[in-house]
Design a protein around this ligand. Structure first.
Ligand code: NAD
Length: 491
């Protein structure tokens, strides 16, 4: 990799140069080194990929599920063998620490493992004698060509919420990675190629909105899995639906966490720091608002401020670094502007991470952990997804008030509670309006065998990624009703 590396597309089992006229630099956000150039492919390259995927589907859907998953078993082994190299690539293009990059790859592998259970997961069901001599069977069949559109913040994991299930179910697929972090999937698709996967089953088209729009409008593409910001998720969902496609679109978030006075302070602080500042706050499950109740106001505020001050920030490949940069200079400027907005709305900037001096990486896009105190619950900063290492503190008198505040929010990706009370936990689990709930957990990320259950403006669609819902999404049900008139006759 280097400035002279020009990324290619992978269509019908062949790596091919795009005919793009525009290329973007892929830049290491810590060092500002240019890693490669990514093509912004034109719409006709999506058409080539869709044609290839449609042709491959004819044989792939007839390949027994037990044979299809052999490629996934091989992929799991290859991902494990190349884990270190892939993790380095994630850190280089996305900025997170090497440990965080390895963690997301582990999550990717778990999805491959679950999809290897397709022979049983994809089974239908049947009933004999729904009427005299008549039987009914439900079978699941793949849809055809599917597409996956990914965001920048988990270059190695998010495509795996969909691709293993799509292909294990017998579909073929087209992947469009984020144009900001296209390198990891370039390498993953090379590994998929090494498994011997038949040509056309997986295709990779690099690009931006032009590629997304071509996917949304292509008549051969049946289903779209999208992860990204809420405005784009909503746009993708509505345009896909208008074109008669199935869509699952995961959007943005603003994740509140309630801290009750009976919570274990040391554990809560450690977990909250990881949630709010891990991956530089660029997780859709990052804690972004801490709602302290009673005495937790003072104890938690002091403890989290101390951790925010002492977090080691730097280049994610360097030893001992706990937090890397944000994705680029525009993002840094946007985050710093929102911190100022919070101050303008009356918050105290208790720990100010703007314009840090990071030794050796002065040109990198860094924002240090930031803590805003007394944030106005009615202000813009309490409602806007910052997507950076900024934790907003608010104080309320009761958990009921905190739940009401949470439920008034636009998003519903995650809500968490820290407590030692089972009754409080039960009430919170029951009443909080979010699809991923954490109790004494700071990043309530579902394992691969559970759905990633965003609610409200954090998700558009009905079937989520991962687990059983992924199987539902990537298959269509067929019901067969059979009568054999002379079934009692002697044979
Ligand atoms: P983004 O919406 O800018 O981009 C996502 C994808 O959409 C990219 O592939 C991009 O090329 C494409 N895209 C961007 N603008 C488009 C447009 N106008 N029309 C068509 N396509 C367009 O998101 P991002 O900045 O890459 O990712 C961060 C966002 O993703 C945050 O809001 C975060 O919360 C969200 N996210 C959500 C989840 C979740 O599970 N809910 C997970 C990860 C990230």
């Amino acid at each position: 990799m280097g400035a002279s590396t020009v990324l290619q597309n992978y269509i019908n089992g062949v790596w091919c140069a795009s005919t793009a006229t525009t290329y973007l630099d892929v830049t290491n956000p810590a060092t500002t080194e240019i890693l490669a150039a990514v093509p912004l492919s034109p719409a006709n390259e999506v058409d080539q990929a869709a044609q290839a995927a449609a042709a491959a589907f004819v044989t792939w859907r007839r390949t027994p599920a037990t044979d299809r998953i052999q490629y996934l078993f091989k992929l799991k082994v290859l991902l494990e063998e190349h884990l270190h190299d892939l993790a380095q690539t994630i850190t280089q293009e996305c900025g997170k620490t090497l440990a965080e990059s390895k963690g997301e790859l582990q999550r990717a592998i778990e999805n491959v493992e679950v999809a290897c259970g397709i022979p049983i997961l994809m089974q239908g069901y049947n009933s004999e004698d729904i009427a005299r001599g008549i039987d009914e069977t439900m079978i699941r069949q793949p849809l055809g060509v599917t597409a996956v559109i990914a965001p920048f913040n988990f270059p190695g994991m998010i495509p795996f919420w969909f691709i293993p299930y799509a292909i294990a179910c017998g579909n073929t697929t087209i992947l469009k990675p984020s144009e900001r972090v296209p390198l990891t999937m370039q390498k993953v698709v090379q590994l998929l190629e090494q498994t011997g996967l038949p040509k056309g089953v997986i295709n990779l088209v690099n690009g931006d909105k032009t590629v997304v729009d071509a996917i949304l409008d292509h008549p051969l593409i049946r289903a779209i899995s999208f992860v990204g910001s809420t405005p784009v998720a909503k746009y993708v969902y509505s345009r896909a639906a208008a074109n008669g496609k199935r869509a699952q679109c995961q959007g943005g978030a603003k994740n509140p966490v309630i801290i009750l006075p009976d919570a274990d302070l040391a554990m809560t602080t450690r977990i909250m720091a990881d949630s709010a500042f891990g991956c530089a706050g660029q997780r859709c499950l990052a804690a972004s608002i801490a709602l302290t109740i009673g005495e937790a106001r003072q104890t938690f505020t002091d403890a989290i401020a101390e951790v925010a001050h002492t977090r080691v920030v730097g280049y994610g490949l360097d030893d001992g670094v706990q937090m890397g940069p944000v994705i680029n200079a525009q993002s840094q400027a946007r985050i710093e502007g929102l911190i100022q907005k919070g101050a303008d709305e009356g918050a105290t900037v208790l720990v100010d991470g703007r314009q840090p001096k990071i030794p050796h990486y002065g040109a990198g896009s860094f924002v240090r952990p930031t803590v805003l105190q007394n944030v106005d619950p009615a202000g813009e900063i309490a409602r806007t997804e910052i997507f950076g290492p900024v934790l907003s503190l608010m104080h309320l008198e009761t958990m009921d008030e905190a739940i009401a505040l949470i439920n008034s929010g636009q998003y519903g990706n995650m809500a968490c509670l820290f407590t030692s009370s089972g009754a409080a936990a039960r009430k919170f689990r029951y009443e909080a309006e979010a699809g991923n709930i954490g109790i004494n957990i700071g990043v309530a990320a579902p394992m691969a065998f559970f759905p990633f259950s965003g609610w409200k403006d954090s998700f558009f669609g009905d079937l989520h990624g991962q687990g059983h819902q992924a199987i539902e999404f990537f298959t269509q049900t067929k019901v067969v009703v059979e009568r054999w008139q002379d079934w009692t006759r002697q044979f």
